[in-house]
Design a protein around this ligand. Structure first.
Ligand SMILES: [Zn+2]
Length: 323
């Protein structure tokens, strides 16, 4: 079920006298302004950076206040943009963060209670503004740290006189390509990297065959420890990607393990196989291992498993946990 249909279903049970209008579509630069113009107040509950810029710019263009809340891991933030001469999102964040530094809830994790708390405060602020009361968070960032159990209000910078959208002479007057601007897609879905060629990757079916044929190899699991604690393939050895990326990482034990198995192996193909959750980090790890191998210290061929352990669970072993 789409999120909008689900939320309407739930809200109707709570209050049947309110009119709910679900929109089952993605917000984009061609529909955002038309949609936002029809309402007095906008709440940003989105989950990705391009959409946050898009909603902000459309709210500025339409002259609507924006009650913005977000949550990740143990932290939540909330403020009201573009209200009573206060700043807009771009006044605070003129340039998007580098795409590789942005995590999503699937990868970064979020404790469900945190967005629950932030959503309640956001709803409270929406009701206050809608009924003509003063905003508590215009020009103020409300911050919640669930780990410390701390709420804080921080005064944020004023409206930027040269803001690209909300200044008197704005640089941006039409809604553009936000995915290009942010270098990331306008969704919370996990990104799919394509760092390796097809020849450098194994399907889970091919890997199953390698296991069935008892082909000697080393399987390296590069996920972080907490994920390995959830589930793992028993014969894998665990080297987190962060360790491989460390300049001081000592490859010696790897060469030792490889020389052990190579005594009986006829071919070098598929000797080092890397796996992670979805097949993104495993590609990064293969690149590092290839570089090490190319330096000529110990030659081997590294490949990764497409789709990672989640593909393994889906296509080979349904008893392997999905998380
Ligand atoms: Zn601005």
């Amino acid at each position: 079920m789409s999120k909008s249909a689900s939320v309407v279903k739930t809200l109707r049970k709570l209050n049947s006298s309110v009119e709910y209008v679900p929109y089952q579509m993605m917000l984009n630069p061609s529909n955002a302004l038309h949609l936002i113009q029809q309402y007095d107040l906008i709440a940003d509950c989105s989950d990705n950076v391009p959409t946050r810029y898009l909603i902000n710019d459309a709210c500025v263009a339409a002259g609507k206040p924006l009650v913005s809340a977000s949550a990740l891991r143990w932290e939540g933030q909330l403020t009201v943009y573009n209200h009573n001469g206060g700043p807009c999102f771009r006044c605070l964040f003129p340039v998007p963060p580098p795409a590789e530094t942005v995590t999503n809830c699937a990868d970064g994790g979020v404790l469900g209670i945190v967005p629950g708390i932030m959503g309640c405060i956001q709803a409270l602020e929406v009701l206050k503004l809608a009924s003509g009361m003063e905003s508590s968070f215009s020009g103020i960032m409300f911050m919640f740290d669930a780990l410390d159990g701390r709420f804080r209000n921080i005064k944020i910078r004023r409206k930027k006189s040269d803001c690209a959208v909300c200044s008197s002479n704005p640089e941006i007057q039409i809604l553009g390509d936000y995915e290009a601007f942010c270098g990331s897609s306008a969704s919370d879905k996990c990104r799919t990297l394509n760092l390796l060629s097809n020849e450098e990757r194994l399907s889970v079916q091919v890997y199953k065959q390698i296991l069935d044929d008892k082909v000697p190899h080393l399987l390296i699991d590069v996920r972080p420890q907490p994920e390995v604690d959830i589930c793992r393939l028993k014969h894998s050895i665990h080297i987190p990607l962060s360790q491989l990326e460390d300049k001081n990482f000592n490859f010696n034990f790897l060469t030792e393990r490889l020389s052990e198995i190579s005594k009986n192996a006829d071919e070098l193909d598929n000797k080092v196989i890397v796996i992670c959750k979805l097949g993104n980090d495993s590609q990064k790890a293969v690149k590092i291992l290839q570089e090490f191998s190319n330096r000529g210290i110990y030659k081997f061929i590294a490949k990764d498993i497409k789709g990672g352990l989640m593909a393994w669970s889906e296509k080979i072993d349904p008893t392997f946990p999905q998380y």
